[in-house]
Write a protein that binds this ligand. Structure first.
Ligand code: URA
Length: 210
């Protein structure tokens, strides 16, 4: 993946995203739509994985069949909203290793603070896909990628649903080697750090909290 930003403007993705944005969309529908979009985004973020062949026997004859090269992928969910994207990506890549990173925002410094990290082994040999639906300020995304790199990963992609220009700029500055795949780039952030027009708090909408 060479582009720093890939916008997945497929009609199905855009239509489902519009339904998710609507204030009146129920928790149930929001979760289902996120899972469906995750499948389409997973297709895009894995599009150019390196391939090799393995000799297999079909019922008729042997053949050199294409398979994905290298160790299993690793997915890293940035808690808690990342889990909504994670489930859908795992539907398509069920053998992936999975890690979790928990960050909260310090009220005074507004900087991300780590409260949890559990990552798979041998990240240096794997493609790592970090998932978080909302790339807002980019501070927690950049901090999560710092942790993934500190664990040895050198081949990382960042998958989100919505991005703000500020978050993209922050990630580009901190991690120019990490391509971003998103369904949309919105206008801006508001004073509270929400993406506008956005869809609200992704975690709250996904889990029915407030
Ligand atoms: N996180 C969210 O859930 N929503 C936003 O708009 C920004 C960050």
């Amino acid at each position: 993946m060479t582009e720093h930003l890939t916008l997945v403007d497929h009609p199905l993705v855009q239509h489902k995203l519009s339904l998710m944005r609507e204030r009146t969309t129920s928790t149930n529908s929001f979760r289902r739509l996120l899972r469906e979009i995750s499948h389409l985004l997973a297709y895009e973020v894995t599009r150019n994985l390196p391939m090799t062949t393995r000799t297999i026997d079909t019922p008729l004859c042997p053949m050199d069949a294409p398979v994905i090269e290298g160790k299993k992928l690793a997915l890293v969910s940035i808690l808690r909203a990342g889990n909504g994207l994670l489930d859908g990506v795992l539907d398509l890549v069920p053998a992936a290793r999975v890690g979790f990173i928990g960050l909260y925002r310090d009220e005074e410094t507004l900087q991300p603070v780590q409260y949890y990290s559990k990552l798979p082994e041998h990240l240096e040999d794997r493609l790592v896909i970090a998932v978080d639906p909302m790339l807002a300020t980019g501070n927690s995304s950049a901090a999560a990628v710092d942790l993934i790199k500190a664990a040895g990963a050198t081949n990382i992609r960042f998958l989100c649903l919505l991005a703000a220009p500020e978050g993209i700029a922050r990630m580009k500055e901190a991690h120019p080697d990490v391509p971003i795949v998103t369904a949309a780039v919105d206008e801006r952030l508001n004073e509270q750090g929400y993406i506008v027009p956005g869809l609200g708090d992704a975690g709250d909408r996904m889990f029915g909290t407030k």
